[in-house]
Design a protein around this ligand. Structure first.
Ligand code: KG4
Ligand code: ZN
Length: 344
């Protein structure tokens, strides 16, 4: 089964082709192409939804042609078309849904809407070291911070989530306060490499709350207070130290809660997915802690940590192997800007 996947939920247009084969747990990635809108949104300090939708329209067909050419396939070879149904920006989602339905109708093929976070959490199945079920998943992106218990494809139970900002949002907002632009996560992480994480004492919200929920809004306020204290003439070492201290606070909470989730569920495997999963300190800390306890941590390939079409094609293929009836032929532009993974 050849599946085309289209991702357009936020500021990245991603298209990919995977082939699912009988007897293999995960499909094979044949080709994927991505266009990031970061440069376009940078001038505004964040994603402008209307501009995002229009840019998806411009990019999605050339990217589709590109992956078909790279995979040596024709449109007619595609068996199923998958798109991100939600959560995300409504107008942006409609672009992917619109193309998927148009292609489906023209080619007489079924379409399937995929939950964006399901794509992230299954993305390590495309890596050289795929996990086995069951596992705990730490989903850390710009919009979500969740711990899930994953027993199988489609069996997701929420263990805890953020009550305010997401971890990626904490990175991005702190980076903005430090004058690092948008999206600041990777820039803050780079600057943190030159700083000392022990110089500024920042809060670790909900660290000992006894549950698996997160909160990052207070941390952002603490960073803002420090930035104000240091003033406009903040030195480069101070800036690097504050970046390092911020990163350490976020990572400490994510590591602490992930270990607690593994203890609580009795599971021995952790999957880390979403953009913040690319963070080096997070990976080093989790790997070290897990190794001491004989637990395993799985990640997507680095280039598949942030949004992409491959994870959407993959999730659709894995889901359809178990539930072929999910594929639709009504070609309704069906999107869900707000959508719970547990009900996907
Ligand atoms: O999963 P993703 O691409 O998009 C969403 O679905 O939100 O995640 C994007 C988020 C942004 O907040 C970005 O700053 C953050 O992931 N991010 C990082 C790193 N790379 C991306 N945060 C910390 N360290 C990184 N290396
Ligand atoms: Zn994402």
């Amino acid at each position: 089964m050849l599946v085309l996947g289209i991702e357009s939920s936020c500021d990245e247009t991603g298209v990919a082709l995977v082939r699912a084969e009988a007897g293999r747990v995960a499909p094979r990635l044949l080709a994927h192409a991505l266009h990031s809108q970061i440069d376009m949104h940078q001038a505004y300090g964040g994603v402008v939804p209307e501009l995002a939708s229009r840019d998806h329209i411009r990019r999605v067909l050339p990217l589709t042609r590109q992956v078909l050419a790279e995979a040596g396939c024709r449109l007619d070879d595609i068996d199923t078309i998958a798109y991100t149904r939600g959560p995300g920006l409504a107008g942006a989602l409609l672009v992917g849904a619109g193309l998927a339905c148009a292609l489906g109708m023209a080619l007489d093929r079924p379409v399937v809407g995929v939950h964006h976070l399901e794509g992230h959490l299954l993305s390590p199945f495309l890596s050289a070291d795929p996990p086995e079920f069951p596992f705990v998943a730490l989903l850390v992106s710009g919009g979500h911070t969740q711990l899930m218990r994953v027993d199988d494809v489609g069996c997701y139970a929420l263990l805890g989530e953020t009550i305010d900002d997401a971890a990626g949002e904490a990175f991005d907002k702190s980076a903005k306060l430090l004058g690092l632009g948008y999206p600041g996560g990777p820039a803050l992480a780079r600057l943190a490499e030159f700083g000392d994480p022990d110089v500024f004492e920042l809060p670790r919200p909900l660290l000992h709350s006894g549950n698996l929920d997160f909160s990052f809004a207070g941390l952002k306020t603490a960073v803002w207070t420090q930035v104000r204290k240091l003033g406009p003439s903040m030195s480069d070492p101070d800036r690097a130290n504050l970046a390092a201290s911020t990163q350490a606070a976020i990572v400490d909470v994510l590591v602490h809660k992930s270990l607690a989730a593994l203890r609580q569920t009795g599971l021995r495997r952790l999957v880390v997915a979403g953009g913040v999963g690319a963070n080096r300190r997070l990976r080093e800390r989790l790997n070290a802690q897990a190794q001491r306890r004989g637990w395993r941590v799985h990640y997507p390939e680095l280039h598949l940590c942030t949004d992409n079409g491959a994870m959407i094609a993959l999730a659709a293929a894995m889901r359809l192997q178990r539930e072929p009836e999910r594929a639709r032929r009504d070609y309704a532009f069906d999107v869900a800007p707000r959508w719970d993974l547990a009900s996907a």
